[in-house]
Design a protein around this ligand. Structure first.
Ligand SMILES: Cc1cc2nc3c(=O)[nH]c(=O)nc-3n(C[C@H](O)[C@H](O)[C@H](O)COP(=O)(O)OP(=O)(O)OC[C@H]3O[C@@H](n4cnc5c(N)ncnc54)[C@H](O)[C@@H]3O)c2cc1C
Ligand code: SF4
Length: 473
């Protein structure tokens, strides 16, 4: 603990954003890092608690008090080493993690939590700038061959760990580039994609072979992998979107959020959009159905494309403004949150059910019909209303992984929610030598959970292949 009285002397100060009117003009990141002196002061607020709840609040169990102390002492190189001992990609989580660690920080009980995520991001950004992050090439190769299917954060973390353990890792990805939802879901204004390219280059130097445009179960038979590899890890995410079965759903103008977001990310990176029709919010009134992260990303993307208005609807009631910390701490509380995208000018409405999409008579749409619901989500009579919309984006979450193709060809067992069945000790599926991790196993979740599962699964696979392992769990 660098400074014993730090938390008594300094208030929480976090990164600020560029003004909304500036940032919606482009798709670049808009978070302004803290300067060196502010960062040091913020790190000094950490109390180095005897029981650091942030350790458990963080799904990868980052050793937060240790690196806060190192930042206070300005030893960023050691802080980076410590941070990377638990997290393969802190520059991803330092940008887009909702930071459950901060909810569980002891200071959050009576005060404002330490700016953990900001400090994490500063450590790793500095480490990249200084050239401290280099490939960790294994000294000894094991001769074992491992296939990982799906290059999202779970597949990337798992592959990096296994390559560092000396295995010959082949990572298969159906898209043209690696990254999963980091690449083709989360918009560039939340996380620029050169950050992924840099990690891919590091992993290639460590011995991971990337096979892109390789859709296992579609253009590459899964049996090829079963025949060729000593272990296979399924990290294909949870990609089946929840639909809205209402009259008018089939009309032109109603689209899944991911079809819209993926196109924009490809547009930014100059990738081909293929034959799919272009989905643009420019000059349109947009309604986003669903109040989560995906919905927020649709809002920010729509504003940047030049939408006239964006309305976001949520079927759940509006959460309380503030949590009762004595009841909720150290857990993640339900409370009203406003994302940076929502703050760019979206209208939000809660406890609203969409009952019909209104056609415009030319194959497109002119609005949606809604009704208010009670706390049992039942429609309240006499509360019907309409909202003008030329584009409706469905962002109501994901049901489970896609079963058709790879998973059904393998005949792997599913859990009751339709995810690949595997436990969190061994990550073993119902089939020999086949493992699963990330959203494909746990359902739609967070990047930090995907990294955790990828790391833990690598530990289990290494043990399965070698009878022992030095990889951390
Ligand atoms: C729009 C959106 C915004 C989000 N924002 C955040 C956020 O801000 N913070 C946060 O923490 N989490 C966020 N999430 C959730 C987070 O992105 C996911 O939980 C995380 O990416 C899951 O990682 P994963 O590696 O398990 O799967 P994914 O990231 O989904 O990656 C799976 C990969 O597998 C590939 N694949 C699938 N099947 C096959 C196959 N048969 N053959 C070859 N490749 C295949 C896919 O193309 C994909 O690249 C967001 C999710 C969405 C949809
Ligand atoms: S990964 Fe997420 S939960 Fe863990 S320390 Fe970073 S911001 Fe907090």
């Amino acid at each position: 603990m660098g400074k014993i009285t730090g938390f008594l002397e300094a208030d929480r100060q976090d990164r600020k954003y560029l003004p909304a009117s500036d940032r919606i003009r482009n798709f670049r990141e808009f978070v302004i890092p803290l300067d060196q002196s502010a960062l040091r002061t913020q790190a000094s607020r950490c109390m180095d608690c005897g029981i650091p709840y942030c350790h458990n609040g963080c799904p990868v169990n980052n050793q937060i008090p240790d690196w806060n102390d190192l930042v206070y002492r300005e030893d960023f190189e050691e802080a980076s080493r410590n941070l990377h001992s638990t997290n393969n990609f802190p520059e991803f989580t330092g940008r887009i993690c909702p930071a459950p660690c901060e909810a569980s920080c002891t200071l959050n009980l009576t005060e404002q939590p330490v700016t953990i995520k900001t400090i994490e991001c500063a450590i790793v950004d500095r480490a990249w700038n200084e050239g401290w992050i280099v490939p960790q090439v294994p000294v000894v190769k094991t001769g074992k061959r491992v296939a990982v299917v799906g290059a999202g954060p779970a597949g990337l973390a798992c592959s990096q760990q296994l390559a560092r353990a000396g295995h010959d890792v082949h990572l298969y990805e159906r898209q043209a580039k690696a990254g999963g939802l980091l690449r083709y879901g989360i918009p560039d204004f939340k996380m620029e994609k050169h950050l992924i390219d840099r990690r891919v280059a590091q992993m290639e130097a460590e011995g991971v072979t990337f096979h892109t445009n390789a859709h296992i179960g579609v253009n590459v038979p899964v049996q090829n992998l079963v025949d060729e590899f000593d272990a296979i890890i399924l990290t294909g995410g949870s990609e089946k979107p929840r639909d809205l079965p209402v009259p008018g759903r089939e009309l032109d103008g109603v689209h899944f959020a991911m079809d819209f977001l993926r196109q924009q990310n490809k547009r930014v990176s100059g990738e081909s959009l293929g034959n799919a029709p272009e989905l643009l919010a420019s000059g349109k009134h947009v309604v986003v159905i669903g109040g989560g992260d995906t919905g927020s990303d649709c809002i920010g993307t729509s504003f940047r494309q030049g939408a006239l208005s964006v309305t976001q609807l949520e079927i759940m009631p509006q959460p309380p403004e503030k949590e009762n910390k004595l009841l909720t701490w150290p857990d993640w509380p339900l409370k009203m949150r406003t994302s940076s995208s929502q703050a760019e000018g979206a209208v939000r409405d809660f406890a609203v059910l969409t009952t019909r999409i209104i056609p415009n008579g030319k194959g497109g749409i002119r609005g949606i019909e809604c009704v208010r619901v009670d706390d049992k989500m039942q429609p309240i009579e006499g509360t019907q209303f309409e909202i003008k919309a030329e584009l409706v984006l469905l962002a109501m979450g994901f049901v489970n992984p896609v079963h058709e193709g790879m998973l059904s060809d393998l005949g792997v067992e599913f859990d009751p929610r339709g995810n690949v069945k595997a436990d969190v000790l061994q990550y073993k599926s119902s089939l020999p030598k086949i493992f699963s991790a990330g959203d494909m196993r746990r359902g739609q979740s967070l990047v930090v959970w995907a990294i955790r599962e990828g790391r833990q699964c690598a530990h289990s696979v290494d043990k399965f292949l070698m009878g022992r392992t030095d990889l951390p769990r």
